[in-house]
Design a protein around this ligand. Structure first.
Ligand code: ADP
Ligand code: MG
Ligand code: MG
Length: 208
C-alpha cells in the first residue's frame, strides 16, 4: 500500500461525502468545503493515474502542489501545507524509506506543523487542527509503544473522529466560521470532518 492507494480512497470518500461536507460548511461558512475537497482530490488522482511509482516524498509533494492549485479557499493552502510538510519529513527518511509507524508519525507531525504554521490555529479554535492534533498524538503514542502502522493509523483515525465531534460545542476563532462568533457553536467544523476522513482513508489504505 502506498500514497496513490491512500489518495484514491480519500478521493472516493470525499466524493461520497461531498454533500455532507457542503452542508456542514453551509451551517457556519459558505457551503463549498465538500466541493472544494472533492475537486482537489479528483485532480490529485487524475494526476497520479498512470504515473510510475515514485519516492513517497515526491508523490506527497505533488499532492500538496495539486491541492494548492485546485482546492482554493482556506482549505487549499492548509491541506497543501499538510502534504508538503509530510513530504519534507519523508525525504529525510532516505532514498527508499520503509513506511512504518515511526516514519508515518514523523511525517504526520511535520504535516500538522505545516498546517499550524500556515493557519496559526491552536486546538480549541474549531478547525481541522482539532482533528489533526489528537491524531498526531495518537500515532506518536502508538509508534512509541512499538505498534504496527495499521494499528497506529487506526488509533489516529479514531482520535481524529473524536476530535472532529468535539468541535461541535466550540466557538470558532479562525476562518470564515469565526465571523459568526457564538453562533458557530453547536455545529461540527467541516475541515475537522474532512481531516477525519483523510486519516480514516489512511487507516484503510495501510490496514492489514
Ligand atoms: P473557505 O472557508 O475559504 O470557504 P473551506 O470551506 O474549503 O474554505 O474550508 C473551511 C475549513 O478550513 C474550516 O472548516 C476549518 O477547518 C479550516 N480552516 C479555516 N481557517 C483555518 C485556519 N486558520 N487554520 C486551520 N484550519 C482552518
Ligand atoms: Mg467554505
Ligand atoms: Mg469558500
Amino acid at each position: 500500500m502506498g500514497v496513490p492507494d491512500w489518495m484514491r480512497m480519500t478521493a472516493a470518500v470525499l466524493e461520497r461525502d461531498r454533500d455532507r461536507l457542503n452542508r456542514l460548511d453551509a451551517d457556519i461558512g459558505d457551503g463549498d468545503h465538500g466541493a472544494n475537497m472533492a475537486r482537489g482530490f479528483a485532480a490529485v488522482v487524475a494526476r497520479m493515474d498512470g504515473a510510475p511509482e515514485d519516492h513517497p516524498a515526491t508523490e506527497l509533494r505533488a499532492v500538496g502542489m495539486t491541492l494548492l492549485s485546485t482546492v482554493g479557499g482556506a482549505a487549499g493552502p492548509l491541506y497543501g501545507s499538510f502534504f508538503i510538510g509530510m513530504a519534507t519529513a519523508l525525504r529525510e527518511a532516505g532514498p527508499e524509506p520503509e513506511l512504518g509507524a515511526p516514519e508515518w508519525a514523523a511525517a504526520l507531525s511535520a504535516a500538522v506543523a505545516g498546517v499550524q504554521r500556515r493557519g496559526r490555529a491552536e486546538p480549541g479554535d474549531k478547525t481541522m487542527v482539532d482533528a489533526l492534533v489528537p491524531a498526531r498524538e495518537a500515532l506518536d503514542a502508538a509508534a512509541a509503544d512499538g505498534a504496527s502502522l495499521a494499528d497506529g493509523l487506526r488509533a489516529a483515525a479514531e482520535a481524529a473522529e473524536r476530535g472532529a465531534l468535539e468541535t461541535i460545542p466550540l466557538v470558532a476563532r479562525k476562518g470564515r466560521a469565526s465571523y459568526l462568533g457564538e453562533r458557530s457553536a453547536g455545529h461540527l467544523d467541516p475541515g475537522a470532518a474532512s481531516s477525519a476522513l483523510l486519516l480514516r482513508a489512511a487507516a484503510e489504505a495501510w490496514g492489514e
